[in-house]
Design a protein around this ligand. Structure first.
Ligand code: KG4
Ligand code: ZN
Length: 338
């Protein structure tokens, strides 16, 4: 069988990314981060689309160059169809269509959440691939889902957030503490130095395998306001303990539902993905379940957990093998199902 070369483009949110894969191996994985949003405390859609337009050609050229691949060698082009910001998605899809047309190669549409999950199938030294069926916990700034994965294209969402995503819970808590955006990594950093049981926060009562994080944010806001009234220096004096307590509560919420999902499905293989899976507390807690409950856990290489195009490329590769191609009429979708 000849080798399959996929050029993949990801532009769903605020990162412009391109990657080149040869079968399931990543030859290059380039990401241009848009730091412009940090000063606004969140992603500004209008600015994101403009930055994508600026970045997309240089990022793709860099990916091809780094992979040492000429565009004439490409077998297909894969792009993120959704979910995401419409203006951002349109930049990637329009560009992908143009290349596919110009090179007369197949066009492949990829669901971003599907990609976060199949990122585990990128061939990478020292990283095992899960076998089917497994449970995927996707945790990012935009999503929180537990997905039952029975095959490459047989995925079922069995639980998801009813309000905020986990990443938002981290970022909004960080904002209350006066930390800059995105605050998730900072909460993680301070949490490592604090006592997770210092300030207990109540966990939400949500039926089934669904999640809720907005109540926690409100609880933290009221708690901090009350404490600051008593002592204006409360945050500075207790930052590590506050962060550790917030992170501990978030991890407990995630773990409670994961345990429930394992019990309901009988599946003990757990794969995590999305930007929040960089969290050290989540990683450690998950690793502990291997000896504690006999789970097998999978955490992808860091560069494949946050938004990237290599994960779009691995879905592209699987779709190429199954001949799942699109016509030039394919449209971007802000919301999309598996
Ligand atoms: O997947 P991602 O890069 O972008 C999308 O939202 O799709 O995820 C970004 C989110 C942000 O909310 C960020 O604060 C969070 O991941 N994050 C973390 C950590 N690193 C990134 N949250 C907690 N601890 C971390 N170490
Ligand atoms: Zn993502």
């Amino acid at each position: 069988i000849p080798e399959v070369y996929i050029l993949a483009i990801e532009s769903s949110c605020d990162d412009t990314a391109a990657a080149v894969l040869c079968n399931d191996k990543v030859l290059s994985n380039v990401v241009a981060n848009q730091l412009i949003h940090n000063q606004y405390g969140g992603v500004v859609p209008e600015l994101a689309s403009r930055a994508h337009q600026q970045n997309i050609v240089p990022v793709i050229e860099a990916a091809l160059k780094k992979a040492n691949i000429k565009k004439e060698q490409l077998s297909a082009i894969a792009f993120t169809q959704g979910p995401g910001l419409m203006g951002s998605l349109l930049v990637g899809s329009s560009f992908a269509k143009s290349i596919a047309l110009a090179l007369q190669i197949p066009l492949i549409a990829v669901n971003h959440m599907h990609a976060h999950i199949l990122a585990h199938f990128i061939d990478e030294d020292g990283f095992d691939k899960p076998s089917f069926p497994f449970l995927a916990l996707t945790i990012s700034g935009g999503h929180t889902q537990i997905v039952r994965v029975d095959d490459f294209f047989d995925l079922t969402i069995i639980g998801e957030t009813t309000d905020d995503a986990v990443g938002e819970a981290f970022d909004k808590s960080a904002k209350i503490l006066g930390l800059p955006y995105p605050g998730g990594p900072l909460v993680d950093k301070y949490a490592q130095l604090g006592n997770p049981k210092a300030f207990p926060f109540t966990k939400p009562k949500v039926p089934g395998l669904d999640f809720s994080f907005s109540g926690l944010k409100t609880a933290i806001l009221y708690f901090i306001q009350k404490k600051k009234n008593e002592n204006p220096e409360f945050i500075t004096e207790n930052l590590n303990d506050i962060c550790a307590s917030i992170q501990y509560t978030i991890i407990e919420i995630l773990m409670d539902k994961l345990k429930m999902a394992v019990k309901e499905t009988g599946i003990k293989q757990i794969a995590i993905g999305g930007g929040v899976s960089a969290n050290s507390g989540i990683r450690n807690t998950l690793k502990e379940t291997e000896t504690k409950y006999g789970w097998k856990t999978y955490i992808p290489k860091f560069e494949y957990t946050t938004d990237n195009a290599a994960m779009i490329g691995i879905v592209g590769y699987q779709k190429f093998l199954s001949q799942k191609f699109e016509t030039a009429e394919v449209v971007s979708k802000a919301r999309i199902q598996f």
